[in-house]
Design a protein around this ligand. Sequence first.
Ligand SMILES: [Zn+2]
Length: 83
Amino acid sequence: MNKLKRAVILIGMVFTIQTAGSAILVPPVDSHARTTYVWIAPHYGKKYHFSRNCRGLNNAGYERHVTIHWARAHHYRLCGFEK
Ligand SMILES: [Zn+2]
């Protein structure tokens, strides 16, 4: 009986540690922050665009679809036509 009790306590501790660990690993979810995707032209300046048909992308050539978070983290700025 005593052994069983010990095992239960041990399992409880493991679960607590796992829960605490995942709480640190999983980033907090902001319910307001919906992922927004933007267009960038990596070989054509440091601007991002909400619209793929934007004038600023006319001569871009190679385009990439990325999250706005990624674009900002890489120092892209909103294009002048979409301000
Ligand atoms: Zn634009």
